[in-house]
Design a binder for this molecule. Structure first.
Ligand code: TRP
Length: 328
């Protein structure tokens, strides 16, 4: 079976755009491939300093991944730092990538420029080496990523090729694949921009943890336009089309079909808001249940780390032996 790895950093709440655009497909796709989902807390450490923030975000993201429907008996959901092989292979990857290659990474250039006077850790610079370890440890065939991550998959392939060339066949060469994309959810206040946690205000952003009243209010205040025709037309009517697309993603109908049923914006906003409240209801119930039962959540993560470690340990041992590290 094809082996697929996706990793997500524990920074900030998961929002409706993440869910309808990606997570929902992770859930529906979990039986079609052998899937690994890493919560990459070591990567978050490159920019997050507050221990209570990182720990809480890691736990919360784990609860959310199970709450949306990743099945711990099917998918392998684990926390990166629980599988120590990531750090161990990460070092070997740092010794396989060059300073010049890392210097050319656009994400490093962007992130370090944004940090201006702030502390720029060496980890931010060597980040792609750890990411290469994440991927290569699992003999990963496919890594579903957006365009911003393609360069990181390319460098992972370059590292794997170099290592295999130096030390003999060790790693499977992964390839970047375009994730099967779900709905494209836009900001409710700025419907020409994707819903994103880096938006300036959160009035256009629906967190999966928003209370029903907050969700309804944000939909009521969603930006539309000054005429009053309900029509699915992304270019001319981005706000209305976004509401239709969200409602469509919740009900399984098409945005075009839904458009014919509305003649005013008010009822469309109400229905979209209510549909999202209903969509989130069981997810939130399961999330809160897991968050109040830390023992259960921790045991699910232990189970995931155990499954991940079986694969990761074998790959690490192979890499260490091939590179000439003396067995302990
Ligand atoms: N760099 C990725 C991001 O910022 C996160 C990540 C870390 C990742 N390790 C990975 C993604 C391995 C895919 C595979 O989104």
């Amino acid at each position: 079976m094809t082996r697929v790895l996706s990793c997500i950093q524990p920074t900030g709440d998961v929002h409706l755009g993440n869910y309808l655009g990606a997570l929902r497909n992770w859930v529906s796709g979990q039986h079609d491939a052998e899937v690994f989902h890493g919560i990459v807390d070591l990567h978050a450490l490159t920019v997050t300093e507050a221990p209570e923030v990182l720990g809480k975000a890691t736990l919360s993201l784990a609860a959310m991944l199970f709450a949306v429907g990743l099945d711990p008996d099917v998918a392998t959901v684990f926390v990166q730092s629980h599988v120590t092989e990531h750090s161990q292979l990460g070092w070997m990857m740092e010794c396989t990538v060059s300073y010049g290659e890392l210097s050319r990474m656009t994400q490093f250039k962007d992130k370090s420029a944004k940090r201006e006077a702030e502390f720029i850790s060496a980890g931010l610079f060597t980040y792609p080496a750890l990411q290469a370890a994440d991927i290569l440890l699992y003999d990963t065939d496919e890594v579903p990523v957006g365009d911003d991550q393609r360069q990181h998959i390319e460098i992972t392939r370059d590292i794997a090729i170099r290592f295999n060339h130096r030390f003999g066949d060790t790693f499977v060469l992964p390839k970047a694949v375009t994730p099967k994309s779900g709905a494209r959810v836009m900001d409710l206040q700025d419907p020409t921009s994707k819903m994103s946690k880096s938006a300036t205000t959160d009035s256009g952003l629906i967190s999966l943890l928003d209370e029903p009243a907050a969700v309804l209010k944000k939909f009521k205040r969603a930006v539309t336009d000054s005429d009053s025709e309900v029509r699915y037309d992304r270019a001319e009517k981005p706000g209305v089309s976004n509401l239709l697309e969200i409602l469509a993603a919740c009900t399984g109908e098409t945005a075009e079909a839904l458009a014919t049923r509305y003649s005013q914006y008010g009822p469309l906003k109400t229905d979209a808001g209510e549909a999202v409240v209903e969509l989130l209801r069981p997810i939130q119930a399961r999330y809160h249940e897991l968050m109040t039962d830390r023992g259960e959540l921790q045991s699910l993560l232990r189970k995931g780390a155990g499954k991940a470690r079986v694969v990761a340990a074998a790959t690490l041992a192979r890499a260490q032996a091939n590179a000439g590290l003396l067995p302990a």
